[in-house]
Design a protein around this ligand. Sequence first.
Ligand SMILES: [Zn+2]
Ligand SMILES: [Zn+2]
Length: 390
Amino acid sequence: MPIPARIEDDLPFLTSLRRDLHAHPELGFEEERTSAIVARLLEEAGITVHRGLGGTGVVGTLQVGNGTRRIGLRADMDALAMPEMADRPYKSTVPGKMHACGHDGHTTMLIGAARHLAATRGFSGTVHFIFQPAEEGRGGAKRMVEEGLFELFPCDAVYGLHNMPGLAVDEMAVVAGPQLASSDSWRVTFRGTGTHGAKPHLGRDPITAAGTFLSSLQTIVGRVVDPLQPAVVSACSLHAGDPKALNVIPDIVEIGGTARAYSPEVRDQLEHEIGRLAAGTAAMFGIAAEYGFERRIPPVVNDADATERALAAAAEVFGDKVVTRFPPSTAGDDFAFFGQQAPGCYVWLGNGPAVDGALHHNTAYDFNDDAIRPGVAFWTRLVERELAAG
Ligand SMILES: [Zn+2]
Ligand SMILES: [Zn+2]
């Protein structure tokens, strides 16, 4: 499909907006500057703006004609607490913060679509442009939902988009079913009896218990979970003792990590089994174990009907470059909370080859400005198809 001339003409503006956002990254719930720019641009386009939903969240609503269907499009606005190491003219101006996940591009593309749709109004119905704060682990989507996102702005379907290095910028992956895993945190504390390192028999050693626990941890995925069901359990933090006290067996060992799954059943299983292994190991060593499992975000699972609609729009823009077989990611995205409120579809837009091997959350990562054009075209075609004027 040829890209509408109005979108082509807007590309210089959108590219400079993307680079400006890149140079001024803000962390989750701190997107004051970004959300002010978003709100101003939406208002200038004649779109009704609601600010301050979920802290720094912004929702723009554009209603055209008398169509009754309502859809939501989501872009995330936050950056990451990490330094930008690559040199580029629009490099982060804020030490220790950078747009390493391309959310600067997501915000820009949804603004581009809003500007185009507000100018052309080629649909009948209501579209909510949802600019979400704090996607990166700080709970922005959940907070928007808790503060009434879907009561204030009811949606019959909701769509999300993420850039994906490794796919070309003229490619988009649209796949039904699981896209991103649940992302939960767990903690185990082994509590023994500290003693002299030379006299272990006078205490109860939690370090040896922790070693046994860790060496058994992968048996949950390998021996308990159905081999046809993906699951990840990783220990990512381990703390015990003091490197300056090498003759002291400590009282406690603290271990923490993450658990990932695509189905509610496996998610329940991981929660239960990690705790069971911790309790069993503690019993074996005659010590105590404390266990906590924090459910952070559910899996993103694309609804079949919403996926079909997204696929039809993507096919118009990307032609035979639409990818319908694409592996799910074991990362998470709190778009999952939106997908629990309305049938949802989350698509992957190509970001081109990984430059110097830099992938998401790498200190050299950058959103590819060549993806703005197809990204804006996809959002606008999706709205025009979803809310087709009689
Ligand atoms: Zn990210
Ligand atoms: Zn991201």
